[in-house]
Design a protein around this ligand. Structure first.
Ligand code: FNR
Length: 390
């Protein structure tokens, strides 16, 4: 095992290592949430308030961590959530995540706010899913949707909790923006993090030129570093169900929505022929105070009527995965730890993170007395502090 991974025993350990590896603005972008971190904190609180009721004397010797989603079986019930600008934390970050996911056989969602062309990621991992942020303008949506299809992606996920940019004060305080603005402070942040500067930033520019936002639209967008170029976020606030109906008509593959919290929206999504949803508050990065998806999961499941409901936000342990599944989630997604893992140790780091979480799920299933994830039920949990089983 590489030196950078020695001593990394849990997903949270990656954050400590990444904090010293990454320049302050980049670490702030990845780790940060929005305003007062209410949603970010609720993601953990909603997991921590459940405790387990394990069963004993069950032969768990032949247990399986396999989980099915959208007609396909995966060896574990979790995948890599979409994260923008992953190539800023890790050299060729999206490709690193895609490759590690492919080798481990887990799903990975590529972000549309990325600096590597989606075609390259599709070649690296034909099973990857593509996540889009879309303007409310079908004339600009259609060419991107067609480009994603032409690249070979089978699953398109539209993130719908970003009608406008959120209030990331922490990013402002840390000097992060997109594009990054050249300044003495930024140069200093780079110089004082030489492993990142030489191992990622300069190496990227030397080998591939200045990175640009490649996948926000059908054509290339803004560079990641610029004194005055602005990114195009126009008409995101126009996006509505009419556009979604247009996308459903055009996209022949699986169509998912991410960022739903309201049961009413789950019903409307189902009525529009959506294949599944990721209930999410975006890792606490959009509307601050939005509850953890776990708090509304029973109501979402009632409206989903069999349409798969997945969740993300704050999942850091095998026990968290099992809790979410016991509450009815079909699958879970993990964000930040995989970003940190790619940053500090590239593909080996992501493989290590996947192995840690897989190992925890496998071990904890045995300790909980279940042999199949399908056996997980609310009765395996009890609310701590309350006394009402789930
Ligand atoms: C994100 N997230 C995100 N979501 C999305 O749909 N498109 C995106 O481009 C991004 N970008 C992004 C960047 C970074 C650095 C982070 C941390 C997150 C949200 C992400 O997919 C997921 O919802 C959360 O990260 C899940 O929470 P945890 O696991 O990070 O706590």
């Amino acid at each position: 095992m590489s030196r950078s991974l020695r001593g990394i025993l849990s997903l949270d350990d990656f954050e400590k290592a990444a904090r010293s590896y990454l320049p302050r603005p980049v670490f702030a972008y990845v780790s940060g949430a929005v305003e007062d971190n209410a949603s970010f904190n609720d993601n953990r609180a909603a997991l921590d308030e459940w405790g387990f009721v394990p069963r004993v004397l069950v032969d768990v010797s032949k247990r399986s961590t396999a989980a099915s989603i959208l007609g396909r079986e995966w060896p574990v019930p979790f995948g890599i959530a979409p994260m923008g600008i992953s190539a800023l934390s890790a050299y060729r970050g999206d490709l690193v995540l895609a490759r590690a996911a492919r080798k481990a056989g887990i799903p990975m969602i590529m972000s549309g706010s990325s600096l590597i062309r989606l075609e390259e990621v599709a070649r690296e991992n034909p099973d990857a899913w593509f996540q889009a942020y879309l303007p409310g303008d079908i004339a600009r949506i259609a060419p991107l949707v067609d480009r994603v299809a032409a690249a070979g992606f089978a699953t398109l996920l539209v993130t719908v909790d970003t009608a406008v940019l959120s209030n990331r004060e922490n990013n402002v305080r840390a000097g992060f923006s997109t594009p990054l603005r050249p300044s003495l402070a930024l140069a200093w942040d780079g110089i004082t993090h030489p492993r990142w500067l030489f191992g990622n930033a300069l190496r990227t520019v030397m080998n591939h030129g200045m990175p640009h936002f490649e996948n926000s639209f059908a054509e290339r967008g803004a560079p990641i570093l610029s004194r005055n170029v602005e990114r195009d976020f126009t008409q995101r606030d126009h996006l509505n169900w009419t556009h979604l109906a247009g996308i459903r008509g055009r996209w022949k593959g699986k169509l998912l929505l991410k960022g739903l919290i309201s049961p009413d929206d789950v019903r409307i999504a189902r009525e529009h022929g959506v294949d599944g949803i990721i209930a999410s508050n975006h890792g606490g990065r959009q509307l601050d105070g939005t509850v953890s998806p776990l708090r509304v999961l029973p109501d979402l499941l009632a409206e989903a009527r069999g349409m798969p409901v997945m969740v993300d936000g704050g999942i850091r342990r095998g026990t968290d995965v099992l809790k979410a599944l016991a509450l009815g989630a079909k699958f879970v997604w993990v964000g930040r730890p995989f970003n940190y893992a790619a940053a500090i140790a590239g593909e080996a780091g992501v493989a290590h993170a996947i192995a840690i979480l897989s190992g925890e799920v496998h071990r904890n299933m045995a300790l909980l007395g279940v042999t199949s994830l399908a056996d997980l039920e609310p009765k395996h949990l009890v609310k701590i502090g309350g006394n009402h089983g789930g």
